[in-house]
Design a protein around this ligand. Sequence first.
Ligand code: NAD
Ligand code: TDX
Length: 337
Amino acid sequence: MAKILVTGGAGFIGSNFVRRLLRDTDHDVVNVDALTYAGNLENLSDVEGDGRYSFHKADIAEFASIEPVLRETRPDSIVHFAAESHVDRSVHDASAFVRTNVVGTQILLDVARMHDVGRFVHVSTDEVYGSLGSSGRFTETSPIQPNSPYSASKAGSDFLVRAAHHTHGMDCCITRCSNNYGPYQFPEKLIPLMISNALAGQPLPVYGDGKNVRDWIHVEDHCRAVQLVLENGVAGEVYNIGGNSERENLHVVRKLLELTGQSEDLIRFVKDRPGHDRRYAIDGAKIERELGFVPEWTFEDGMAATVDWYREHGAWVDRVKSGAYRSYYETQYGRLD
Ligand code: NAD
Ligand code: TDX
């Protein structure tokens, strides 16, 4: 039994990971989250009473906020999910991305070293590799060529984690995963946004020609891979994690319209995202060979299960979409008729 501190545990992937650790291990789990617009404790309401779980509201970018949490809880390991995570928001204003993703990661590394934390798993993204043409896949040795303020800030955090291992001998691993989908994803990202709009009979905004490609992975597969890296990864190594499910955006949107029983007339082609990366695809050979990870969800089963989840959690979606989400939506999309 160990004590695992999870940052960003009130967000989409972090909350799925916290639930997984409590369900499948005997570890104690300390969830640290600043509860930004993307952090929602309702995502973990089912584990609130668990004696092995605790929540601490703290900001990783403020030493005086995060340091006391580690001093008090003394975790054995950290799994670092906390980040500003949405590319479109980083196009509007990158400052929070630099603050949390870059400065926050360095402060967290400093505090972890100060309190002799062992393994530090840094959860990163395939977007740090930039964009692919019509062929090829990202390997762990692909050049780091981030194109958006979001991915540049994640690449910066990856380099700081690499440096902490190289300079201070910290026990760090980095994971770089492709696009996640599944329960509790905030409806600013493609799949939950399209599902919630389709269920409400509202227009579906597709950027550009809709032919950009992402490699979709179910969040449960991603969380299982991160757990394998936490348990068996080699210090200083990077592990790519992919879903073996490359799909064009338009294919994804059409599939979701089919699953929600809505017409393709709801599709609206809107102005493209500035600097929009064309294609991401992960070569997952290293994590398969070294840690035995292969994704289990097929794209088709995962999409159907996710549509069912959003259908059954209408109240969660309504609460999440109220308030600040509305003004973001208007800034990003204006009126879609
Ligand atoms: P999310 O936006 O749903 O959650 C991020 C969480 O971090 C929120 O709970 C938020 O409150 C918290 N947070 C933000 N700033 C903080 C701060 N300063 N201090 C403490 N907590 C703070 O994001 P997500 O989609 O769950 O992504 C989690 C991680 O996985 C991120 O690091 C992201 O870069 C990475 N990732 C995401 C995907 C994806 O498809 N969503 C793919 C690959 C990697
Ligand atoms: O309204 C939309 N219309 C649209 O066409 C939105 C929100 C997205 N898109 C397109 C842009 C992308 O090609 O869909 C694709 C996926 O977009 P996002 O869901 O915003 O994801 P992406 O930009 O690919 O980044 C995601 O994957 C990697 C996550 O948000 C990151 O946190 C992760 O690191």
